[in-house]
Design a protein around this ligand. Structure first.
Ligand SMILES: *Cc1c(COP(=O)(O)O)cnc(C)c1O
Length: 461
């Protein structure tokens, strides 16, 4: 705690070699990918910072647990092990596994929508959550504090709900038309920014006052709990588990992508506090969607690894190191004058490419241009979160302009060392020095939906 940076609280027992490529190779690989790193083969990537989802390293306890998997279709022992762990963490009555976060969403959200004209309100919907809200026939409204979009200035909890706007939206739409309030912790889309306990308590009061169901979309609830401990004085002597329990106590439903703070390669969870009727509906509906409710699309061994990973993700030494890695990379970039979302959040450093490459207009995708240059420089794969991802207006077919053009450097859990992060920082700094030579991109091929996954681009000469 008293050192500026902490070394990893683990040592290496098994290694996975990664390939180094030459700059010449990367020039042709990037060209073949259509200047879209999503189309690169992972073996052509040296340090892969595309996502922290399912990309973490399992512990030897998790690998050992895999052998204990009970692959029974119904009533698997592995399910009961997972259920016990999830109940201990949440203090909720009902636990159903799902194949990943979006699996949990597709089962639960439709149960909360019984007619047209309903809304969900979140600090910020994650994109699959928004998609499932809309597929269920409802609308997704975001209401996050304004500080969230001010990347330069410090705010301890940029993921917080804008409480006045929340009340205003409920009053405007009518409380009977709000299907649920979704607390996304940490706030993924805003840069993994945490939500304060104080804010969550205020949201709870509003939910109670208007009689609205409160959900937690808590893929990174453990990281959020660590931020609460660090930044809210009242919680500095509480354990992460106590903080997490206090958060879960506020809500009615907890949905989780276990590929994040479950430190598993696959998995999701549906946890319901006490609503037996909702539980029964989910238990029925999940059968054709994900699978029988004691496996929900997971193998027995997945459930074993998840049961172990959920507990490991709550260990303070682990969390301290995890958040320190993100801060370390962020500090290095900031020290070099590179604009980032500050302070850094829980799982990634977001580089503000509107400021990095102001000469590239939004519809030539500045963050994609910067990301590609970082790949060329050192074989590091970032991901664009900006206008390229946002797509076009379905009616006018015009390119939408994202409020932020971000390059996300996402840190997988327990996977890379500080030395890898030094390579990443050096590459981004080198690109920054030569930023005036960056050029925008135009389409060679643009798919009609979710274009960022398969589009082909070319640099504008
Ligand atoms: C990742 C994520 C999801 C979706 O989970 P998947 O496991 O990718 O399906 C939902 N909400 C949040 C906040 C997430 O980060």
């Amino acid at each position: 705690m008293d050192r500026k940076y902490v070394a990893p609280p683990y040592r290496i027992k098994m290694v996975e070699p990664i390939k180094m490529t030459t700059k010449e190779e990367r020039i042709s690989l990037l060209k073949e990918s259509g200047y879209n790193p999503f189309s690169l083969r992972s073996e052509d990537v040296y340090i892969d910072l595309l996502t922290d989802s399912g990309t973490g390293a399992m512990s030897h306890f998790q690998w050992a647990a895999l052998m204990m998997g009970d692959e029974a279709y119904a009533g698997s022992r592995s399910f009961y092990r997972l259920e016990k762990v999830a109940k201990e963490i949440t203090n909720y009555k009902y636990i159903i596994p799902a194949h990943q976060g979006r699996g949990a969403e597709q089962v639960v959200l439709p149960q909360l929508v019984d007619r047209d004209g309903l809304y969900f309100i979140s600090n910020m919907h994650f994109d699959t959550t928004r998609a499932h809200v809309e597929l269920a026939g409802a609308r997704a409204l975001d209401c996050v504090i304004d500080e969230c979009f001010d990347t330069e200035n410090y705010h301890p909890f940029k993921g917080n709900f804008h409480l006045e706007n929340l009340v205003r939206i409920i009053e405007e739409k009518g409380k009977e038309n709000i299907a649920g309030i979704i607390m996304t912790i940490t706030n993924n889309s805003a840069g993994g920014q945490p939500v304060s306990m104080e804010n969550m308590h205020e949201v709870k009061k509003i939910a109670v006052k208007y009689g609205i169901t409160l959900l937690i979309d808590g893929a990174r609830y453990a990281e959020n709990a660590y931020f609460v401990k660090q930044r809210e004085d009242r919680y500095k002597n509480k354990s992460i588990r106590e903080i997490a329990l206090e958060v879960f106590d506020l809500a009615d439903i907890f949905l989780m992508s276990a590929k994040k703070d479950g430190i598993s390669n696959i998995g999701g969870l549906i946890c319901i506090k006490e609503d037996t009727d909702l539980y029964n509906k989910c238990r029925t509906y999940i059968v054709p969607m994900e699978g029988f409710p004691t496996y929900g699309g997971l193998t027995g061994r997945d459930m074993e690894a998840l049961a172990v990973g959920l507990n490991e993700a709550l260990e303070e030494d682990y969390l301290e190191h995890r958040l320190d890695q993100v801060r370390y990379l962020g500090d290095k970039l900031r020290d070099a004058g590179i604009p980032i979302q500050y302070p850094t959040g829980g799982h990634a450093v977001f580089v503000d490419c509107k400021k990095f490459a102001p000469h590239i207009p939004f519809d030539q995708f500045p963050a994609q241009a910067v990301g590609n240059a970082v790949y060329l420089e050192a074989g590091v794969r970032p991901v664009e979160i900006g206008s390229f991802l946002l797509g076009r207006d379905p009616d006018t077919h015009k390119n939408l302009e994202s409020p932020l053009e971000l390059m996300r450097l996402t840190i997988p859990r327990r996977t890379y060392t500080y030395a890898h992060l030094d390579v990443v920082a050096d590459a981004v700094i080198e690109v920054y020095k030569n930023r005036d030579s960056l050029v925008g991109l135009e389409f060679d091929y643009e798919p009609p939906v979710l274009r960022h996954f398969t589009a082909r681009l070319r640099p504008i000469k």
